[in-house]
Design a protein around this ligand. Sequence first.
Ligand code: MLC
Ligand code: AMP
Length: 500
Amino acid sequence: MSLPLIERALQFDNRTAIVTLNAEYSYRQLLNSSARAAAGLLNGRNDLTEARVAFLTPPGFEYAAVQWGIWRAGGIAVPLAVSHPAPELEYVIADSDAEIVVAHPDFAGKLRPVAHKLHRRFVTTPELLSATASRQLPQVEPQRRAMIVYTSGTTGKPKGVVSTHQNIQAQVTAMVSAWGWSADDRILHVLPLHHVHGIVNVLTTPLWVGASCFILPKFNAEQVWQIFETGQITAFMAVPTIYARLIAAWDAALPERRQAMSAACVQMRLMVSGSAALPVSVLEKWRQISGHTLLERYGMTEIGMGLSNPLRGERVPGHVGRPMPGVELRLVDEAGLPVDAPNTPGEIQVRGPGVFREYWQRPQATAQAFQDGWFRTGDTALRRPDGVYRILGRNSVDIIKTGGFKVSALEIEEVLRTHPAIRECAVVGVPDPEWGERVCAALVLETGASLAAEGLRGWAKERLAPYKVPSEILVLDDLPRNAMGKVTKPALKKMNFSDT
Ligand code: MLC
Ligand code: AMP
């Protein structure tokens, strides 16, 4: 027996698995290509035995073929981000200790030198996908580690979240039952494929049920509307920023087109928002445009989906519903005691088969992330008397959510501090209607130094992903501090940020 995901795909055979702008691929083609990729990765070995394989391909068929190939060869998939500059890619490859680095030809120029520098085997996707499939692939038990997704935390550099095949299956099956997935679904995929929303919710789940996934290489509001208007899509999942962009595109359209756009949404069965708080104003406007009350759910890389509004029944704006199937969830007060009374804030803690196994090679961080077997999310919420949860915010001011991406203020500060003109800095997330939060940086410069905001942004882009580059930069004589001399970020967040 191979992995259930693969066994199931054998039955879906010539049904359509993946659609791109240029082609359609069946489950059979995905199985054949991933078998070749597996053989190419194994390169004569019997089993990768959890070797890490870092891979960088734009969203599309090759991504799925390589991911499945890694799994079928017994390896751990480490997805890299197409938007990340070389230093961030190097960090992930080195931290995960990836043995093999796979790149789509579009990214070979960027990744090959990194792989060579770190002495890793480097291979391109065409090379892998044209390998000769071997007759036998290893037996991969679901308890094995399957994937490492890098996520920002309050400890500076991102940590690798390790999920087993079982963890992913638990996350997927919870979504199948909660959201009524079926083989007749056809979802439009517009998300990056280095985070769970794009990887698990919108790619693995449809492939688990025999549905089709229409993958765009990158989000583009106009293209999304055009695809909706073909009437082929049944489900859509995105972050609030993307819904805000779709609303802006609808607003900008001519009245006759608007009608067609709205009519196209009405035929769809499910529209989900998550990864960041959905502003009620966006929910309301989307309801007027599409006739859908967005199903808001709450999740995290470490747990998959934790809370969800219902598929059928009342969806409460500004709330994230009740625990997903199989998810045990509790609130805990500052003393670490469970909060049982309704309407009382506490930290969300989660237990269940979808909860990740460990932070890669960080036993201390893993131990600290759990309290008596419960994963500490770092998010604060309250539960209404009817059991519906509301997210109140995050415990740490150093975690920023921008465009649905989790970003660590400390990681950005660490990079900014390496700039020769910067003596001190503090990074905060400032509320923003489009991005949720905007990354803003306050700087204190070295005596006599000067720094133009654009110049600094250009410098930062070579070292950080675009969504981590401060959109506003404020130069101050000193940072706001409390009586102990410690920087007070809440005070900083209230400052009027605009480039100086
Ligand atoms: C990009 N830009 C930003 C920015 N991101 N500016 C401010 N804040 C940000 N966050 C700037 C770029 O520098 C660039 O500027 C311009 O915007 C266009 O850049 P881009 O990279 O093309 O951005 P765009 O495609 O517009 O990105 C918007 C987006 C993207 C919403 C499509 O942010 C996105 O894909 N978000 C999804 C994140 C996601 O999947 N999260 C799930 C995490 S899992 P210039 O000047 O260069 O033009 C998780 C668990 C769960 O959270 O519950 O799901
Ligand atoms: P990540 O670490 O990238 O997986 O992001 C997970 C974090 O996103 C959670 O810990 C929350 O802070 C946030 N998040 C996800 N969904 C929601 C939501 N519906 N409302 C508010 N915050 C959310």
